[in-house]
Design a protein around this ligand. Structure first.
Ligand SMILES: *Cc1c(COP(=O)(O)O)cnc(C)c1O
Length: 229
């Protein structure tokens, strides 16, 4: 079995190759290493191999990792990529570079409230359910504009773009990624500060190449780096 450093090198090569195919520069795509359910030691190993952005999905696990001796003092940009309930916002506010999975105006309002309290500005993405699978979180594309309108007005938070989890089949996923890109374009047309809306967080181990072809700026990869969960 190969180690985390080798996996990372391989994934980075695949990203570079997907970028070439898409006519994009590799710097346009940020790799977020998804370390949920994996140990702090595994995160440290990836960090030593040059990885700086990590994604976590579960609040308590994330807080435990933050405090683990293996990661003490390491400058890491954490991304919260799981579904975030309003009552958990307080625990991640101020501790992450970006929150990806917000799918309700009320959660964005809570984030805004906490950011004001801390005197900081927090960046986040709205999650959109482009696969329209009932089991998935995310705003329906048809209600995105209205939700975003309410979000634009909130203080101390910056909506930076959209996030999605696509259908398992990569060819279907590709159409869904294209739809998320269209959603972002429409959002920009209606935004008070369109220049802030630059991010498309889409693509995982199974489908990141398709996501890069459709304009992903952040891909979230767990299994291909850390192995099966
Ligand atoms: C777990 C997870 C990932 C990573 O998935 P892999 O298939 O392991 O690459 C990406 N995004 C979200 C939201 C996740 O929960």
């Amino acid at each position: 079995m190969q180690g985390i450093a080798e996996n990372l090198a391989e994934v980075r090569e695949q990203i570079a190759s997907a970028c070439r195919n898409a006519g994009r520069r590799p710097e346009e795509v940020r790799l977020i290493a998804v370390s949920k359910t994996k140990s702090a030691a595994a995160v440290r190993e990836a960090w030593k191999a040059g990885q700086r952005e990590f994604g976590e999905s579960y609040v308590q696990e994330f807080l435990d990792k933050l405090e683990s001796p293996e990661l003490a003092g390491l400058p890491i940009d954490w991304h919260f990529i799981g579904h975030l309930q309003s009552n958990k916002v307080r625990q991640v506010a101020g501790r992450v570079a970006m929150i990806h999975g917000i799918d309700k105006v009320s959660t964005a309002e809570e984030l805004s409230k906490r950011a004001v309290q801390h005197g900081i500005t927090m960046e986040y993405l709205l999650e959109v359910n482009v696969s329209r699978e009932g089991s998935k979180y995310g705003l329906d594309p048809s209600s995105l504009m209205q939700a975003a309108e309410s979000c634009f007005a909130l203080p101390n938070v910056r909506l930076r773009g959209l996030m999605t989890i696509a259908s398992p089949e990569p060819s279907i996923a590709r159409r869904e990624f294209a739809e998320l890109r269209t959603c972002l374009e429409r959002l920009r047309e209606n935004a008070p500060e369109p220049a802030l809306l630059t991010e498309l967080s889409m693509g995982m181990s199974q489908d990141f190449e398709e996501a890069i072809l459709e304009g992903a700026t952040m891909i979230r990869i767990g299994t291909a780096i850390f192995g099966w969960r």
